[in-house]
Ligand binder design. Structure first.
Ligand code: CU
Length: 118
């Protein structure tokens, strides 16, 4: 009797869990809320992979250049600036205060991104 109850409970719960798991990637937008305190932003095809990123205070963002031309990660208000990043070079910055941080590539100023720190 007890085993029968357990089985019927599982058969209801399992499809529910599966459908929730499958739904996750679909609901992720290009601008996503980050849970982790270390995030990577790929620079590829003259764009920042996540053009707007929301992160908790004290998160570290690492930009990785996947292009075969150099890019420079530069804060719009002069807070940070990388050296010229060649292919696969990385640049990291830790955001210790809440706020909105716009940045761009100083070689290609049309490349822009934003970090929202909460
Ligand atoms: Cu660039």
């Amino acid at each position: 009797m007890r085993r029968r109850l357990l089985n019927s409970g599982l058969s209801i719960a399992l499809p529910l869990v599966l459908s929730m798991t499958l739904a996750l990637p679909v609901t992720r937008a290009k601008s996503e809320e980050a849970k982790s305190s270390a995030m990577e932003v790929r620079v590829d095809n003259f764009t920042f992979a996540l053009d707007t990123l929301t992160i908790p205070v004290n998160s570290t963002i690492t930009w990785v250049n996947k292009d075969d031309v150099p890019h420079v990660i530069a804060s719009s208000d002069g807070l940070f600036k990388s050296k010229a990043l060649d292919t696969d070079d990385r640049y990291s910055y830790t955001f210790s205060k809440a706020g909105s941080y716009s940045y761009y590539c100083s070689i290609h100023p049309k490349m822009v991104g934003k970090i929202l720190v909460r």
